[in-house]
Ligand binder design. Structure first.
Ligand SMILES: [Zn+2]
Length: 315
């Protein structure tokens, strides 16, 4: 692993789960029932993007006890995230109305996952929240068989849906998305999506298409959005990104051309930034208040690596 990854990536969000996924044991109902009945069993409750956090004095806790989860009523769906020792950590989905009612009752806070992450409310639980969020979202959208249209049934502790009509099995998906920083010697290309906070600039990104390698997706997306031709592509790191269910694959990319032809449908701005300017943005000292995404996002680390190593990140 690139040595630059070791320290900064501690702060990267949604990675580093300490739970055992027990992928081989998900059909072992007896083991899972026992783990769910364990005294240390805990639950994440989600209503779409919104996490229910239990108020414990001044603190907000993303992990609910089984009794606290039961107080919310019957869940829509329940999935096994993994085991901590012998105790199950599960994710349950509840309706937006249930979340509103829980919040109004005063015992819970209801906060969306992005805000939970940005505010650092549940850092150690972000990986399992990301898993629960992506998995529950997939269930919410895949109640019917894509092959024959019949209702499907949850299996494998939430990691498969089976169709009783045609026998098809459906597995939860994650959508690969490349995120890249184009580099021309001592400067890099940053862009602005209209969705960004004012003054925030970041890497370009886009979904990988069927029949395309990651490297090809980096070259295609960079060209489509900025007009730049890309030569070498160097892998950096990856990050699950549960909005709604992606995995970001991060790269540095060598610009072979420098003239920009911006896709104004995707971006509201893109320009070259000198390495010194990027350093000011990372330090929060840019004279115009420009900044890059926070350390929770892989874009931050891709940009930081360039700021620290320059075009050597491409080697
Ligand atoms: Zn079917």
């Amino acid at each position: 692993m690139n040595e630059i990854l070791t320290e900064p990536l501690i702060s990267l969000g949604y990675v580093g789960s300490t739970l055992d996924r027990i992928a081989e044991q998900r059909g072992n109902t007896a083991l899972i029932m026992k783990a769910m009945a364990h005294a240390d069993a805990r639950i994440h409750a989600l209503a779409g993007d919104v996490i229910l956090l239990k108020k414990r004095g001044e603190k907000l806790d993303a992990l609910l006890s089984p009794a606290e989860a039961r107080s919310l009523g019957d869940p829509i769906e329940s999935v096994l995230i993994g085991l901590k020792g012998e105790a199950a950590h599960t994710g349950i989905s509840v309706s937006p109305e249930t979340a509103e009612r829980a919040k109004a009752g005063g015992e819970f806070a209801a906060i969306d996952l992005r805000s939970v992450a940005v505010q650092g409310l549940a850092n150690e639980h972000l990986p399992s929240l990301a898993t629960a969020k992506a998995l529950l979202m997939w269930h919410a959208q895949h109640g019917f068989c894509a092959k024959c249209g019949a209702k499907t049934k949850i299996e494998q502790a939430g990691w498969r849906r089976d169709c009783g009509n045609c026998g098809a099995t459906h597995f939860p998906r994650t959508d690969p998305c490349v995120i890249m920083l184009a580099i021309d010697n001592d400067r890099c290309l940053l862009g602005r999506s209209p969705r960004f906070l004012p003054n925030m600039w970041s890497c370009l990104a886009g979904f990988v298409e069927p029949g395309e390698s990651f490297e090809e997706a980096v070259r295609r997306e960079t060209f489509e959005e900025s007009g730049l031709k890309i030569g070498r592509v160097s892998y950096f790191a990856s990050q699950p990104w549960p909005f709604p269910m992606s995995v970001m694959i991060g790269f540095h990319a060598e610009a072979k051309t420098t003239e920009l032809n911006i896709d104004w449908k995707e971006l509201e701005g893109a320009r070259w930034f000198a390495r010194d300017e990027v350093k000011l943005m990372l330090a929060g000292k840019h004279p115009d208040g420009l900044f890059v995404p926070p350390p929770i996002a892989i874009a931050h680390h891709i940009i930081r690596a360039f700021a620290e190593k320059g075009s050597r990140v491409l080697d």
